[in-house]
Design a protein around this ligand. Structure first.
Ligand SMILES: [Zn+2]
Ligand SMILES: [Zn+2]
Length: 343
């Protein structure tokens, strides 16, 4: 099969590899769409340590069933599907408690980190266990389905965030994840959603997708502005989708007493935290990682048009052009959001 292989850091090559073999509980997927994730870009140059070459990356994918293992009775060749980015065991205590994202044996597709190497979906074929596979509604395209993985991360984060009808929410970071958070918060009943980003074009898009306000920290004092917009009270909830000291401090400073801060961004290993502010104001801080069972809800949200992913897809291109698109994303080309490769 054809695959886009990371042969060394910053070097991607189209190559021939043997198609994966499947076990009795597996599904062989003919990949039709796979998004390039921010974590692939951060891994591509070795900086995250989670994409050690040689590796086929890619974990935001969809496709068609090509073949099923002998124990798989409820899917057949030709079915349109997507699958979780995390392979979980299904039997450990976390999996049994519905927290498959915390599975003791968790392996992320398209990651190689020293403990394991699991090739991903920038290839014609991929084998995955049946338990992580979900059938697509007819009206959801392969490209939309490739967005279910990031959307599931957002749904999971909001499941951990105590949003009530009419709440004011602040979303710090209006990239791919932040823009999905904005839409989901509106659907969850927030009365006011305030997007924060350093780029005006992203704030513009956030407004188009449902944010009431867009604040740029380069131009204003964001917490003071949020205070002014909420009668001095502050926001009820904040979601941080960057993962660095400054945006986390901004998110925390926007909250009212007793507010809740959900951390989705995961860039810096360590950040400086406003401890006394958080303790004395009883702010609830929650980390959110991946997703655990949110795929069906995400597929329904796409089917019903509750969430619009089309404005977040900048380009779709054949897998052969993958190396060039990785370079453009790596250079941080303005205005580029999700790029979907089609093997
Ligand atoms: Zn991802
Ligand atoms: Zn498990």
């Amino acid at each position: 099969m054809k695959a886009l292989l990371l042969t060394e850091y910053r070097r991607l090559e189209m190559t021939e590899m043997p198609a994966p073999e499947i076990g009795p509980d597996d599904v062989l997927v003919r990949v039709r769409a796979c998004g390039i994730c921010g974590s692939d870009i951060h891994g591509f140059d070795g900086s995250s340590g989670r994409r050690i070459p040689p590796l086929v990356m890619g974990h935001e994918a969809s496709g068609m069933v090509a073949e099923v293992g002998s124990a798989v009775k409820d899917l057949r060749a030709g079915d349109r599907i997507t699958f979780d980015s995390m392979v979980y065991c299904g039997t450990c205590r976390y999996c049994r408690d519905g927290e498959s994202n915390l599975c003791d044996q968790r392996r992320v597709l398209g990651v190689s980190c020293g403990d394991y190497r699991r090739h991903g979906a920038f290839a014609e074929y991929l084998a995955v266990p049946r338990r992580i596979v979900y059938r697509l509604p007819d009206s959801v395209s392969f490209e939309q389905a490739a967005m279910v993985e990031p959307l599931s991360v957002v749904f999971h984060a909001l499941r951990l965030t105590p949003v009530r009808l009419g709440d004011t929410a602040v979303v710090v970071g209006s990239g791919m994840i932040g823009l999905l958070v904005v839409q989901a918060l509106r659907r969850a009943g927030c009365g006011r959603v305030i997007a924060v980003d350093l780029e005006d074009s992203k704030l513009e898009l956030a407004r188009r997708l449902g944010a009431n306000d867009g604040l740029n920290p380069k131009r204003c004092d964001v917490p003071a502005e949020v205070g002014a917009l909420t009668g001095g009270r502050g926001a009820d909830v904040a979601v941080e989708a960057v993962g660095a000291t400054a945006p986390i401090q901004t998110a925390a400073a926007c909250l009212r007493k007793g507010g809740a801060l959900t951390l989705v961004g995961n860039l810096s290993p360590k950040v400086e935290f406003p401890l006394q502010w958080i303790v004395t104001r009883e702010i609830r801080v929650t980390g959110s990682c991946g997703s655990a069972g949110e795929y069906p809800a995400c597929l329904e949200a796409l089917e019903r048009g509750m969430i619009d992913v089309a404005p977040l897809i900048s380009a779709t291109a054949p897998l052969e052009e993958g190396a060039a698109w990785f370079d453009r994303l790596y250079q941080g080309e303005k205005g580029l959001m999700k790029v979907i490769l089609k093997p």
